[in-house]
Design a binder for this molecule. Structure first.
Ligand SMILES: Cc1ncc(COP(=O)(O)O)c(C=O)c1O
Length: 347
C-alpha cells in the first residue's frame, strides 16, 4: 500500500540555498541574508525571555508583536498576523484560498517556493512568464485563479512594480492578490496602505532580510480583518515561540537600526553594481539587497563554481531564464571587496 500521496512522492522538493557551518568560513552571498547583526535590543529581549523560563506556552495570538507591528505600519492588530517566517503565511494563504486543482498564479521568474506550496496543497501552479522587458507576458488582471503572488520588489531580478500598478491590479483581479514584500524595506515603497481599499489584497513581510533575523523565522501579513481571521483559524495555534515573539516586538521597536542597516546595504549595493559594470557585467537595477548580474561571457555557472572554490557563495539558478547569470546578495563592504577581487581574477 502506498501510504504517501502519489503527487507528494513524485514532487521535487524546494532546494533552499546552501547553509555552510560557520567553521567553514564562507563569504555568504547566496540567500539574501543581512550581513549586520540585529538590533542589540532584540538580543537583550531574547536573553530576558529565556531567563524568565520557557516552560509555559507562548501567547497564541502573538499579541505584543502584533501590537508593535500595528504601531510601525499604522494598523489595528486585527489587520495583522504574525508568522513563523513569511513562508508560513504564504503557505497558509494558499491553504485558505486554493482548493485542490485550483490555480495559484505567480510571475516566473520570481520566488519559486509558491509553486512547491501550491503542489503540496494539490493546487495548480500557474506561472505567468516575464518577457524580455521584464513585463508580465499577459495582463495579470486576466488571471482567473484563486490567488496570485506578486513578489515586489521581484526576486531574483530586483525590479519593482509601482503602487499604481498594484492598485489597478487589485481593483481588477477576481482572486486574492498577495504582494510578497520580502525586500520592500530596501525599496522604500510598500503596498500596505492599499489593503485599506482592497478586500482582496494581502501584503506579506519577512524579518529575515532587513531586520537581520533569518535565524529566528519571523514574518507577518497585513490584510483586512476578515482575511486575517481566516488565516488565524488555520495557523498552528502556537506558531511563534516565546523568543520569536519578543524578538519581533523588539526589532519593530528599533526602526533606527533597521534604517541604518538598510542604508549601508543600499550604498554597498550601488557601489558594487558600478564596479561590476566596469568589469563588463550586465547588472539589473535593484531595489533590494541583491543584484542579478550577467558575466560578460554569460557563464554564470562557471563563475559560481569558481567563487565556491574560493569560499564565496553566490546563487546560480539552472532555470533557462536565469542560468546565464548570478544572484549576488549584498554583504559587508569588506566581503564585497573580496568578492570583486575574485571576480576580477575570474574574467
Ligand atoms: C520573495 C521571498 N519571499 C519570501 C521569502 C521567505 O522569507 P522567510 O524567511 O520570512 O520565510 C523569501 C526568502 O528568501 C523570498 O525571497
Amino acid at each position: 500500500m502506498n501510504r504517501i500521496r502519489s503527487d507528494i512522492a513524485a514532487m521535487q522538493a524546494y532546494v533552499p540555498g546552501f547553509q555552510p557551518s560557520p567553521e567553514e568560513h564562507f563569504i555568504k552571498l547566496n540567500t539574501n541574508e543581512n550581513p549586520y547583526p540585529p538590533s542589540p535590543k532584540v538580543v537583550a529581549a531574547i536573553q530576558a525571555e529565556a531567563a524568565r523560563g520557557l516552560q509555559l506556552y507562548p501567547d497564541a495570538r502573538s499579541r505584543a508583536a502584533r501590537e508593535a507591528a500595528g504601531r510601525v505600519y499604522g494598523f489595528d492588530p486585527e489587520w495583522i498576523i504574525m508568522a513563523n517566517g513569511s513562508d508560513e503565511v504564504l503557505n497558509n494563504l494558499i491553504r485558505c484560498c486554493a482548493a485542490e486543482g485550483e490555480q495559484v498564479g505567480y510571475l516566473h521568474p520570481s520566488y519559486s517556493y509558491y509553486a512547491t506550496l501550491a503542489r503540496i496543497q494539490g493546487a495548480m501552479p500557474e506561472p505567468v512568464l516575464l518577457d524580455a522587458d521584464l513585463q508580465p507576458s499577459m495582463p495579470l488582471e486576466n488571471f482567473a485563479g484563486k490567488i496570485f503572488f506578486l513578489t515586489n520588489p521581484n526576486a531574483p531580478f530586483g525590479f519593482a512594480f509601482s503602487l499604481d500598478f498594484i492598485d489597478n491590479l487589485a481593483g481588477k483581479l477576481k482572486g486574492m492578490l498577495v504582494i510578497d514584500e520580502a525586500y520592500a524595506d530596501f525599496a522604500g515603497i510598500s503596498a500596505c496602505e492599499l489593503v485599506r481599499r482592497h478586500e482582496n489584497l494581502v501584503v506579506t513581510r519577512t524579518f529575515s532580510k532587513s531586520y537581520s533575523l533569518a535565524g529566528m523565522r519571523i514574518g507577518l501579513a497585513i490584510a483586512q480583518p476578515e482575511i486575517i481571521a481566516a488565516l488565524d483559524k488555520i495557523r498552528d495555534h502556537y506558531n511563534l515561540d516565546r523568543l520569536a515573539q519578543v524578538a519581533a516586538a523588539a526589532a519593530l521597536e528599533d526602526q533606527e537600526t533597521l534604517r541604518t542597516n538598510v542604508k549601508r546595504i543600499c550604498a554597498t549595493r550601488d557601489w558594487f553594481a558600478t564596479e561590476l559594470r566596469a568589469l563588463g557585467y550586465e547588472v539589473l537595477p535593484s531595489h533590494t539587497n541583491f543584484l542579478f548580474c550577467t558575466p560578460p561571457r554569460r557563464d554564470g555557472e562557471r563563475i559560481c563554481r569558481e567563487l565556491f572554490a574560493r569560499h564565496i557563495l553566490v546563487r546560480h539558478f539552472s532555470d533557462p531564464a536565469l542560468c546565464h547569470g548570478l544572484r549576488i546578495s549584498i554583504g559587508s563592504r569588506e566581503d564585497m571587496e573580496t568578492t570583486l577581487a575574485a571576480l576580477r581574477e575570474l574574467q
